[in-house]
Design a binder for this molecule. Structure first.
Ligand SMILES: NC(=O)c1ccc[n+]([C@@H]2O[C@H](COP(=O)([O-])OP(=O)(O)OC[C@H]3O[C@@H](n4cnc5c(N)ncnc54)[C@H](OP(=O)(O)O)[C@@H]3O)[C@@H](O)[C@H]2O)c1
Length: 215
């Protein structure tokens, strides 16, 4: 497995160590997905280490929230560079290199459907994952490659919790049937399930909602 990061090299190295401790093989690299050359180099390194790719998880994302009247050009451009251009860079290499029968999973978001106030540009960047995946699924279907956008609800990571008052987070928790946020493992488990041969018929090109019932 090849693990990518942008700045958090310690965490990437720890993920690799955890995989190796379980008997797997992994490498980590540092590639800004907004840079097409860096993404090509990332896939090249993976090909060199493992001889090809069967599963791509297109996960990199940023979230900057603000009402339209207050959103800065800088925040908008940084978010789009990762979420829209970066995702395109990853999916282009995935389309070129994923072996027949493989899986390509991209991280969308429930926000793409819910569109809360202050989420407009972020929601649009996540809806993009569903457009990309729908089209790419049709391009790659003849090679039995399933392309699935997965839409988490509220996940307990800094992307969701930073700068948020606890009362606001509790309000979201109160809307969930399970009365909790998702943990990253909940989403990782759903993605892993989508990557088994048993789930090959699940919604190629259509979003899978992994939100614990948060509507
Ligand atoms: N948390 C939620 O509630 C939630 C809900 C729905 C969807 N999502 C989506 O789930 C995905 C993962 O989010 P998360 O909650 O795990 O957030 P996170 O903890 O902030 O993780 C974001 C990840 O993306 C990487 N990244 C960001 N920009 C990058 C770039 N330009 N190039 C390469 N890597 C980059 C980060 O690497 P570094 O740390 O090295 O920068 C980090 O590994 C995102 O696409 C997000 O939109 C999250």
């Amino acid at each position: 497995m090849t693990v990518n990061c942008r700045v958090n090299t310690d965490l990437a190295a720890q993920v690799v160590a955890d995989i190796e401790a379980e008997g797997g093989r992994a490498i980590w690299l540092q590639a800004d997905v907004a840079d097409p050359a860096a993404v090509r180099a990332l896939f090249d390194a993976n090909d060199e280490a493992f001889g090809g790719v069967d599963v791509v998880v297109n996960n990199a994302g940023m979230m900057f929230l603000a009402p339209f009247a207050e959103m800065t050009d800088e925040a908008f451009d940084r978010m789009m560079a990762t979420n829209v251009k970066g995702s395109f860079n990853v999916l282009r290499e995935a389309a070129r290199r994923t072996r027949d029968g493989g899986r390509i999973v991209s991280l969308s978001s429930g926000a793409a459907v819910q569109r809360p106030p202050a989420y407009g540009p972020y929601a649009a960047s996540k809806a993009t994952q569903e457009c990309y995946s729908g089209s790419l699924a049709k391009e790659l279907g003849s090679r039995r490659i399933s392309v699935v956008p997965i839409a988490p609800g509220a996940v307990n990571t800094t992307l969701f919790t930073d700068d948020r008052p606890q009362a606001w987070i509790q309000g979201v928790i109160n809307q969930t049937p399970f009365q909790r946020l998702a943990e990253p493992e909940d989403i990782a488990n759903a993605i892993a399930a989508l990557c088994t041969s048993d789930t090959a018929w699940i919604n190629s090109g259509q979003p899978v909602h992994a939100n614990g019932g948060l509507g």
